[in-house]
Ligand binder design. Structure first.
Ligand SMILES: [Zn+2]
Length: 504
């Protein structure tokens, strides 16, 4: 008998500190696949899942709906319910199924829903019952809630940051689903969590650091066969919801106590090494001065607080202010989302000079725009193709875009925020970063992989924005104290453990 495996998901990362919201139009512009359209995907999380299922003729995918979008604010309730309801309706219409694979991020929220993934899981459980296996893939920046752990059979986090293994994570989840349905294993999972909220700057899995060590220990358990599966989570710290924390989730073959033991040890180590996650930061002025004084190589300034990949609108301009007021002579490359400036540049045309305000157009609470007199040096549609990462092969859309030049500073002005993987956005507009003395990136991690071939000089900027280098710049309302880094120590702290054992 063929076993029918549901594939569905709502995949995005949200930000509670930005002024924007994610709507259905944002999913439609990025990726909104219905029914058999899902079966055409060969890349990414969907492609990996399908690839693994196809290895065993006993399994058949049942594709419902898969929606992914560039990060942004919370989903509007309308958007969430539209996607949720369609998945549930399609599930009801799908007839008898044997397993469910949900391909999610884990840090999605809606205006009035703290836990989008948990909510969808609950709705799916109500239809398929308590016994059917439901497995969920997650970004390793997921906010793993009690509800998600209790309602799912198995959760899988990415293993790499920068994220390079979405395809493989799909394969891992599908593989455990097939082994479970063949009766080879009975997965049980336990999560252990500590109240640590940090940026992802010191959390690479590809170079030495605390997260590298934690991930390696977790994966050693898995690869040695002591556990079925392991995940380490650094919670996306830019949502503001209750019970947030980082830690580890362990899945064993029906050995909950073993899972709890390893998960707790990893979470405790996470807590013990919390100080190592806080980065060294520079003010924009100090970083520009240091970069401008260096004549040897290119220098990368990463304005981490304005990361579109973390849900920012991409229109904070603190570092652009610093570049423009510097007396040093240098060339520089700077990205900003500024739809009205992009429109004005298109109306003016290449070779024309325009006086225009740039930035602080969408999310206005992080500082003033910059007023510039600039030459329009390039115009474009803003379309590009991702090369690598979780959206490998997918189209990115910056919308109407322009390059504005002030002295040696080239400002890439776009209409829509887009996730930064490599330097696709700059290259789509004919800009080659290696031709510039100062390159500004707006992400906490991928800049390193992207620009290491041309420079070893990197400065992390501490500036206003909804995705700052350290969370102490934000005001949390729903996430209660105490938590690190606001509270450097918490007396008597033990990891919170939940899942296949009773909460403790
Ligand atoms: Zn992530």
């Amino acid at each position: 008998m063929v076993k029918r495996i549901v594939i569905a998901g709502i995949f995005t990362e949200c930000n509670d500190f930005t002024s924007t919201f994610i709507s259905t139009a944002d999913f439609a512009r990025a990726e909104l696949l219905r029914g058999n359209e899902i079966l055409d995907r060969i890349d990414g999380i969907v492609g990996g899942t399908l690839h693994e299922l196809a290895k065993d003729k006993e399994f058949e995918p049942v594709p419902l709906l898969f929606a992914s979008a560039s990060p942004g604010g919370a989903l509007t309730d309308d958007c969430f319910y539209e996607l949720h309801d369609e998945i549930i309706e399609r599930l009801k219409d799908a007839g008898s199924v044997d397993g469910v694979l949900l391909l999610m991020h884990g840090a999605a929220v809606a205006q009035s829903i703290d836990d989008v993934e948990g909510y969808l899981l609950n709705s799916v459980r109500e239809i398929v019952g308590d016994e059917l296996p439901i497995m969920v893939t997650l970004d390793l920046h997921a906010h793993v809630t009690d509800q998600m752990v209790q309602l799912s059979t198995a959760l899988f986090g990415w293993e790499t940051y920068p994220h390079m293994d979405s395809h493989r994570t799909g394969e891992r989840a599908a593989n455990l689903m097939m082994r479970t349905l063949h009766g080879e294993v009975k997965p049980v999972q336990v999560m252990a969590k500590v109240p640590v909220l940090t940026s992802a700057i010191n959390a690479s899995t590809e170079r030495p650091g605390p997260f590298f060590d934690l991930m390696k220990k977790a994966k050693d358990l898995e690869h040695s066969g002591k556990v079925l599966c392991s995940s380490v989570f650094l919670v996306h710290p830019y949502i503001d919801r209750p019970e947030m924390g980082s830690g580890a989730l362990i899945i064993t073959d029906n050995q909950p106590e073993i899972a709890a033991l390893y998960a707790e040890a990893l979470a405790q180590e996470y807590w013990d090494r919390r100080l190592e996650f806080e980065p060294e930061v520079w003010t924009p002025d100090a970083a520009v001065a240091a970069a401008g004084a260096d004549c040897e190589t290119s220098v990368v300034l990463t304005e981490a607080a304005d990361c579109c990949g973390g849900g920012a609108a991409g229109d904070c301009v603190a570092t652009l202010h610093a570049l423009l007021k510097s007396d040093n002579e240098f060339t520089a490359l700077y990205p900003v989302v500024s739809p009205l400036a992009a429109l004005a540049a298109h109306n003016a045309g290449v070779g024309q000079w325009i006086r225009i305000s740039v930035g602080a157009e969408i999310d206005t609470k992080w500082g003033p725009p910059v007023d510039i007199h600039a030459e329009v040096v390039a115009l474009g549609s803003g379309n590009f193709t991702y090369i690598g990462g979780i959206w490998n092969g997918a189209e990115g859309q910056m919308g109407q875009s322009a390059v504005l030049r002030v002295r040696g500073i080239d400002i890439l002005v776009t209409t829509h925020p887009t996730y930064e993987w490599h330097d696709e956005q700059y290259r789509a507009m004919g800009l080659d970063p290696k031709n510039y003395k100062i390159i500004v990136a707006k992400n906490p991690m991928n800049y390193f992989m992207t620009y290491l071939p041309i420079t070893g000089k990197f400065f992390i900027i501490d500036s206003p924005g909804p995705t700052p280098a350290t969370c102490t710049s934000l005001t949390y309302k729903k996430m209660p104290r105490p938590f690190f880094p606001f509270d450097l120590d918490i007396e008597g702290l033990r990891p919170k453990i939940f899942g296949a054992i009773n909460n403790r």
